[in-house]
Design a protein around this ligand. Structure first.
Ligand SMILES: C[S@@+](CC[C@H](N)C(=O)[O-])C[C@H]1O[C@@H](n2cnc3c(N)ncnc32)[C@H](O)[C@@H]1O
Length: 358
């Protein structure tokens, strides 16, 4: 049985601790060994049409569950979860499942992908020579997963998707906003928002301590976020250390903030709760929001390539209950639970909604 190990001291992610990019690099993109640096401000029109679809529903009050159907539930769990449940003789609780998930997911973010591609190919060739079907199957699985990760995260940048996220986050009427990120993990999207809306005060909340000590702490200092220079209105490159961030390790249900945030955000949270719990999760986004503030939600899309991704990457991703949904389904959960939808759409692999309390 694998265990959740404490955070390692070595940061494998920062291949160069010094900022590599300046405003002169705006307009360019570059592949690093574990991620893509993306400083192209916008998609070309062709790319935009391929990757971004915004505001397709005119009147949310006319949509019904009969029209939109229910989300698709991912039923294949990770080996770690199944082994844990067999050993413990009970279902894995959500907090433990998130600890497993965060550890497994982080291990992929820090991979030196070109080196791992090479290693997996050599391992596969070796297994072929040995003629052991079990080893061939395992080496083939490893090779498929690292190729898929390279494509989805590093080449396509589908997980962070900075250009898609910027399209979704654009045009908010806020100045030096207070931003609350619920279930923040490494905090990526709040940092992207802080770059776009300078002077932001960010609070990241996650009840898995590993997210603070490792996923966030080890997030590369050299990753460039494209945002705005408040003095000139021109594009500017920001780094993690430029932002004012507080990381709170706590269950969202125990937070005691008042209605003090301009933006409350979650990325990949709503789909981890069955329908009975969704009103409560939507309410978490309202509870701490200033009147007129923005709630932002994203969830993974229900598309064939995503179903395939969660099937192939089950051991990395599937420790928790998970649904894949359409933006109409996601918007309807949010609309039904007291929000007006201001902006909705889908970007590379997620749906996104920007909403305001009704
Ligand atoms: C799927 S992750 C968010 C996706 C994220 N962008 C990533 O890269 O992993 C959801 C996060 O919410 C946290 N979380 C879930 N329920 C929570 C709760 N009740 N209180 C605080 N954090 C919670 C989990 O620990 C996890 O890190």
């Amino acid at each position: 049985m694998s265990k959740v190990e404490p955070a390692g001291a070595e940061n494998l992610w920062n291949e160069n601790p010094n900022p590599l990019y300046t405003e002169e690099d705006i307009g360019s993109t570059r592949l690093h060994s574990s991620f893509r640096a993306e400083l192209r401000p916008n998609f070309s029109e062709k790319e935009y049409n391929k990757f971004v679809r915004l505001n397709t529903v005119r009147d949310w009050s006319l949509l019904t569950w009969d029209d939109v159907g229910k989300p698709y539930e991912v039923k294949k769990f990770s080996r770690d979860r199944l082994e844990w449940e067999e050993q413990e003789g009970k279902d894995m609780d959500p907090h433990t499942s998130w600890q497993f998930f965060n550890k497994a997911f982080h291990e992929w973010f820090v991979k030196d992908v070109p080196a791992e591609l090479d290693k997996s190919k050599k391992q596969f060739m070796r297994s072929l020579k040995q003629f052991k079907p079990g080893e061939i199957k395992s080496a083939l699985g490893d090779m498929v997963r690292i190729h898929l990760w390279n494509y989805a995260h590093r080449i396509e940048d589908g997980i962070w998707d900075p250009r898609g996220k910027r399209a979704l986050f654009e045009g908010l009427d806020v100045e030096k906003p207070k931003i609350l990120f619920l279930g923040a993990a490494e905090g990526y999207e709040a940092m992207q928002l802080a770059a776009m809306y300078p002077g932001a005060e960010v609070v990241l909340v996650d009840y898995d301590e590993y997210c603070k000590t490792t996923r966030f702490e080890e997030f590369p200092d050299s990753y460039p976020f494209l945002g705005e220079n408040p003095a000139t209105g021109q594009p500017k490159v920001y780094y993690k250390d430029d932002f004012q961030i507080e990381y709170v390790v706590e269950d969202i249900r125990n937070l005691t903030y008042g209605k003090e945030f301009d933006i409350v955000l979650s990325v990949g949270l709503l789909e981890h709760f069955p329908d009975d719990y969704k009103p409560e999760v939507v309410d978490w986004h309202r509870r701490f929001l200033k009147p007129g503030g923005y709630a932002i939600f994203t969830t993974p899309r229900n598309q064939v390539r995503s179903r395939l991704y969660y099937h192939i990457m089950a051991d990395v991703m599937n420790h928790t209950y998970r649904e894949l949904m359409t933006v109409e389904q996601m918007g309807l959960y949010i609309y039904e639970n007291g929000f007006d939808i201001l902006q909705h759409g889908y970007i590379k692999v997620h749906n996104g909604v920007v909403a305001r309390e009704r």
